[in-house]
Design a binder for this molecule. Structure first.
Ligand SMILES: [Zn+2]
Length: 273
């Protein structure tokens, strides 16, 4: 929205060859390469590594179709957003880490942004992109989706999802997308307009969905608190095309809701400071 402060991001490109990378901190499990193709994709993640069994057997997985939500009032969401900070951009292809991983541009936050829900604080670790969207709305994919991954001190995760439709350009994307053309391994410092990071909870006028799910990538860990904004954000047709020219199907198919409830708060109480 109106956060005009500029923040510095460090851009580091990570090898996409499937070889071990410096970003991989747990070497053994990360020796397994996963992706989105038939021979390494979502249908077989659960059998590729014993630590990823939840990808096949989990009963509370993500993403899901956002439909038939139960309208409710959710706890107050409190956002602590320092005016500026540092973001580090990783352009990843096959790197796996404990939180989220490859096949996207990932922006690591060092800024101390926090999301507090029901008294529990989660710090923003990173955000990244999927194309097309992972969550669907009444069965429909949007062109892209952003995930803002937050973690509490006890390791619990909360992810804010923002669906992207085609529309006005987001000028904040330019320095990120510029890295799409860079060779793997390059490191660059660029300026990122903080307004791009603002969708952590921008304009919440139409509310957000909430459910308990999982990481959408191996190891598909569960008990992730999901908050998906009902209002879409926009990127221009060209911006979407530039991203999808590089990453065009890094989305896991929707998973069964099962016994879970999907909530929708259309008028949430969000405080920002
Ligand atoms: Zn994601």
């Amino acid at each position: 929205m109106s956060l005009l402060a500029h923040v510095i991001i460090g851009v580091s490109m990570v090898s996409c060859s499937g070889e071990k990378s410096g970003s991989e901190s747990h070497d053994d499990e990360h020796a397994v390469h996963w992706g989105y193709e038939a021979d390494d994709g979502p249908d077989i993640w659960g059998s590729m590594n014993s630590d990823w069994a939840l990808c096949a057997n989990g009963l509370e997985q993500s993403p899901i179709d956002l439909a038939n939500a139960v309208k409710t009032r959710l706890p107050v969401v409190d956002l602590d957003r320092p005016g500026e900070g540092k973001f580090e951009v990783l352009t990843q292809a096959s790197v796996v880490d404990a939180l989220d991983n490859g096949h996207t541009i990932q922006v690591n936050s060092k800024t101390g942004e926090k999301l507090t829900v029901d008294g529990k604080a989660y710090a923003l670790l990173q955000f990244h992109f999927h194309a097309p969207s992972e969550h669907t709305v009444d069965g429909r994919h949007l062109p892209m989706e952003m995930h803002f991954v937050h973690q509490a001190d006890d390791g619990a995760l909360a992810v804010v999802g923002v669906l992207v439709e085609e529309g006005a350009p987001n000028p904040g994307v330019a320095p990120l997308w510029a890295q799409l053309a860079e060779a793997p391994g390059t490191e660059t410092m660029v300026e990122l307009r903080a307004e791009f990071a603002e969708p952590v909870f921008p304009d919440v006028g139409s509310g957000f969905y909430h459910y308990v799910g999982s990481l959408t990538t191996p190891p598909c860990s569960e008990n992730v608190q999901w908050y998906v904004r009902k209002t879409f954000t926009t990127l221009s047709k060209d911006q979407i095309a530039e991203f999808t020219a590089v990453y065009n199907h890094n989305n896991r198919p929707v998973q069964a809701l099962g016994d879970r409830a999907l909530y929708l708060d259309e008028n949430p109480t969000v405080t920002i400071h």
